[in-house]
Design a protein around this ligand. Structure first.
Ligand SMILES: [Zn+2]
Length: 86
């Protein structure tokens, strides 16, 4: 737990001793099981270093994760359009 971390080239935190990604480790703690290789851990607020449980969401595949981003983007543009339409 008190392990030191660093920020890697992609902006993710990793443990210095093991090199493991902190958000994947935290997601495993949250789920109470280990992640499958294909599972993706998403940061709800898009802050890659914010690994609080509430900010982490696990998707079963790259595809599902991508679909979530597309949906989010679509909802954001729709909100903007609604405001402009007044
Ligand atoms: Zn994501």
């Amino acid at each position: 737990m008190g392990s030191k971390t660093y920020r890697d080239a992609h902006g993710y935190l990793r443990f210095i001793d093991s090199g493991k990604l902190v958000h994947r480790w935290a997601a495993q703690k949250k789920l109470g099981r280990s992640l499958n290789p294909g599972e993706i851990v998403h940061h709800n607020n898009r802050v890659r270093t914010d690994n609080r449980f509430g900010n982490l969401r696990v998707f079963k595949s790259k595809k599902e994760h991508q679909a979530h981003h597309i949906k989010e983007r679509w909802e954001r543009t729709r909100r903007k359009r609604t405001l402009k339409g007044r």
